[in-house]
Design a protein around this ligand. Structure first.
Ligand code: ADP
Ligand code: MG
Length: 393
C-alpha cells in the first residue's frame, strides 16, 4: 500500500518537467472519486510565517495592484537565512474525468478567487491528459474527530465560516452541489475553515429546463402528472410511455436536497443550504452519517420519515411528482427535530430539556431544512440569523 503511494508520487513528479524544482511531494492526504490530493512543499515560495493567512491569500489572488511588490518580497526573504516551509495541496485529477468537467472546476475556482473562506487556486498545469491543480495547504482536522465535542457556540462559528464561503459562491450564481464535511476543511483550534472541491459545481440556470415549482400553484396543478400512471383498473401499467425526466443529481448520498431527489429541473443555490442543514443535524444529533441511503428512493424514505407523509407529498407535488407510500414507518406527520435530537443523544423527551442555545440552533436548522427551496433560508440571510450572530461574540 505504502510503496504503491510512493510509486504514484514518483510518477507524478516525473510526469511534469520541472516539477521537482518547484514542489516536494510529502504525503497523500486525500483520495476521492475524482482525484488524489498530496501535501507538498512549495520550494520556490519563501516566507517567514508558516500558516496561510486566507484573507491575505484572497487579496493576493484578486487582481494585482498597480505596484508590483512581489519582487521586493522575494529578494527580501532570500536574504534571510532561515526559511519556514510553505505547504501546498497538489490535486491530481483523474484522467477519467472529462476535459469539460476539469475545465469547469478550474474556471469556477478562477471566478471565485478572492472569495472569503473559499480555498484559492494557486496554479494548474497539464501534461497530455494529466491535470494538476495547486492550492494552498490548509491544516484541518477530521470531522469525525471533533463533531461530537462541539458546543452550540462552536456550531455557530463553524457554520458562520461555511455560510461565509457559500454566500460569496452563491453571489457568483454558482452552486457547489457537494457540500459535506470532507469538502469543508475546518481547523477547530483556529476555528477557521475553507470550502474546497468545486468538481461538481455549476452555474445557476446553466443546463436547466423549466420546472413546475417555479409556476403559479394553479398552473402547477393543471400540469400535474402522476409519477406512476394507473390503468383503468387502477393497477400499474406494464410499460410507462411518459418521457423520462432528467435532472442533475450529482452530489453525495445523504446530502441531496429533496428537490434534487424529485428531479427538479430548475435547481438553485438553495440545494447547498439543505446540505449544510444535514451537517448541522449531524452535529446536533451526534450521528455521522445521519442519513445512510443506498439510492434516491431510500433517501426519500429517510426524509419522509422525519417530515411525515403529508409534508413530503406536498414537497413532491411542488416539482410535479406524486408520492405514494404504504411504508409503515412513514407516519402522517413525522417527528420533530427536537425529539430526534433528544432521542439520538440518549436524552428523554419527557425528562430532559433542550437548552436555550440549542433551541436557537434547531430553529435555524428548520430554516435550512425547509422542504420547499423557495422558503428555505439563503446563505446571505443565514449570516443575519440570530444563531449565526452568536458566532460573532
Ligand atoms: P475530491 O474531488 O477527490 O473529493 P477534494 O478537493 O475534495 O477532491 O480533496 C480531497 C481531500 O483532500 C479533501 O477532503 C481534503 O482532505 C484534502 N484537501 C483538498 N484540498 C486541500 C487543501 N487545500 N489543503 C489541505 N487538504 C486538502
Ligand atoms: Mg471532495
Amino acid at each position: 500500500e505504502n510503496s504503491h503511494i510512493q510509486q504514484d508520487m514518483e510518477r507524478l513528479q516525473n510526469c511534469f518537467a520541472g516539477f521537482r524544482q518547484k514542489y516536494r511531494l510529502i504525503k497523500r492526504i486525500g483520495e476521492g472519486t475524482f482525484s488524489t490530493v498530496y501535501k507538498a512543499e512549495d520550494l520556490l515560495y519563501d516566507s517567514y510565517d508558516n500558516s496561510w493567512d486566507l484573507d491575505k491569500e484572497a487579496e493576493k489572488w484578486s487582481p494585482p495592484p498597480l505596484k508590483n511588490n512581489t519582487q521586493d518580497y522575494h529578494s527580501q526573504s532570500q536574504s534571510h537565512r532561515r526559511r519556514k516551509p510553505k505547504y501546498v495541496a497538489v490535486k491530481k485529477i483523474y484522467v477519467t474525468s472529462s476535459p469539460s468537467r476539469i475545465l469547469n472546476e478550474l474556471e469556477l475556482l478562477h471566478d471565485l478567487r478572492g472569495c472569503k473562506s473559499v480555498c484559492p487556486l494557486i496554479t494548474a498545469f497539464r501534461w497530455t491528459d494529466q491535470v494538476v491543480a495547486v492550492l494552498p495547504y490548509f491544516r484541518h482536522a477530521d470531522f469525525r474527530d471533533y463533531f461530537r465535542d462541539m458546543t452550540v457556540p462552536d456550531m455557530a462559528i463553524y457554520l458562520r465560516s461555511l455560510f461565509t464561503a457559500l454566500a460569496s459562491v452563491h453571489a457568483h450564481n454558482i452552486l457547489h452541489r457537494d457540500i459535506k464535511p470532507t469538502n469543508f476543511l475546518y481547523d477547530p483550534s483556529s476555528r477557521r475553515g475553507v470550502l474546497v472541491d468545486f468538481g461538481l459545481a455549476e452555474r445557476e440556470g446553466y443546463d436547466c429546463k423549466p420546472c413546475v415549482c417555479h409556476d403559479d400553484p394553479s398552473i402547477r396543478k393543471a400540469k400535474l402528472r402522476p409519477l406512476v400512471n394507473r390503468d383503468e383498473k387502477g393497477g400499474y401499467p406494464r410499460e410507462d410511455t411518459r418521457p423520462s425526466r432528467r435532472a442533475n443529481r450529482a452530489g453525495t448520498r445523504g446530502f441531496r436536497a429533496p428537490e434534487v431527489l424529485f428531479k427538479c429541473t430548475e435547481q438553485t443555490t438553495k440545494i447547498d443550504v439543505w446540505s449544510v442543514g444535514v451537517i448541522l443535524l449531524t452535529i446536533l444529533s451526534r450521528r455521522f452519517p445521519f442519513f445512510n441511503s443506498a439510492d434516491d428512493v431510500e433517501a426519500m424514505i429517510e426524509i419522509a420519515t422525519i417530515f411525515g407523509r403529508q409534508r413530503m407529498q406536498a414537497a413532491a407535488l411542488l416539482h410535479g411528482c406524486m408520492l405514494e407510500t404504504s411504508i409503515p414507518t412513514i407516519g402522517k406527520s413525522g417527528f420533530s427535530f427536537e425529539g430526534i435530537i433528544l432521542w439520538s443523544t440518549s436524552r428523554s423527551e419527557t425528562k430532559d430539556k433542550i437548552a436555550e442555545d440549542e433551541k436557537l440552533a434547531i430553529q435555524f436548522l428548520k430554516r435550512c431544512m425547509e422542504l420547499d427551496p423557495s422558503r428555505r433560508i439563503s446563505a446571505e440571510e443565514a449570516l443575519q440569523h440570530e444563531f449565526l450572530q452568536m458566532g460573532l461574540e
